[in-house]
Design a protein around this ligand. Sequence first.
Ligand code: SAM
Length: 334
Amino acid sequence: MNYLFELSKEHKTIPTSEVLSCLEAEKKYFEIADSNPNILIINTRHNKMINNAAERLSHSYYINEFLFSCKISIDKIKNSAKTKQIKQKGSIAIKYRNRSKKNNSQPILKALAEIYTKDRKVILDKPDIEIRVIITDSNIYVGKKLFEINRTQFEERKVQNRPFFSPISLHPKIARSIVNLSTIKKGQVLIDPFCGTGGIILEAGLIGLNVIGSDIEKKMIDGCRITLNHYKIENYKLFNSDIGDIHKHIKPVDAVVTDLPYGKSTTTKGEEKNQLYQRAFENISYILKNNCKAVIGISNIELLTIGEKYMTLIEVHDIRVHRSLTRYFVVYQK
Ligand SMILES: C[S@@+](CC[C@H](N)C(=O)[O-])C[C@H]1O[C@@H](n2cnc3c(N)ncnc32)[C@H](O)[C@@H]1O
């Protein structure tokens, strides 16, 4: 079956990479049938893999059963829709996202309604069948909704709303996406060795990973514990440690996801940044199992070469936090 992922487009590279990483985590066969910044179409016969992705994604809006895509021509749209009739009985709604400034959605929706609402009751709120239409400059993509991604949860878990606050915390949506980029699977073990307020391990714990957090500051570990308990995360381990000593506390892990100190607002405890990064990469690669991934936030793109001494660079995602601060999340494989 073909699945149509509606991407959020909030970032230029993360939405697509996040979906592919969640699928890769399942170690089952899939193929990319089509891809652009608005959508990703995946072919697979492993439906469970799609269900699992729906539970953890952050940068997609919906996952649909793919019906068809075609150029924007009313005749083509009608003919394509006729060949992709919906067999399921029940009420229907047609909903859309217009990503094009030049295409008017109304004639397109009218053409689709002619085919899909024929002999059916139209109900906009909670219909039995929801047809989703994505309009781009050149094409439309049409699917039947299977899953809506719960995105309000990320706003609700912003650090301001959590029991332990510090401004260093990443936005939960970013934290979730970098956990996903590590291609780790439910039940495996993830560590954040610079865990701060615990924003990353919280998102990892919520999708069923076993999480470990460590930090040089005891007050961060105490705060993390309060946060994890508040969200009823059970499978966690926390300890107070300098990065150089983490191997004394744990066995090799399936993923490392972390956000290194930037040296501006987050403390390096007076250590020169290059020196700290050197020690961080060395220790991270030491505790990571072979063929597993580390996703590491760094403040300066040039620093990624330090990590390349220990691991293979896979991809880089830059996130502009504000005018003078861009963070680079680098995915490495050991
Ligand atoms: C950018 S913050 C992490 C923020 C975190 N992602 C969050 O969501 O709150 C970096 C953290 O690294 C910790 N840190 C600094 N030097 C360290 C070291 N040598 N070993 C371990 N942790 C250290 C700081 O205490 C700080 O909490």
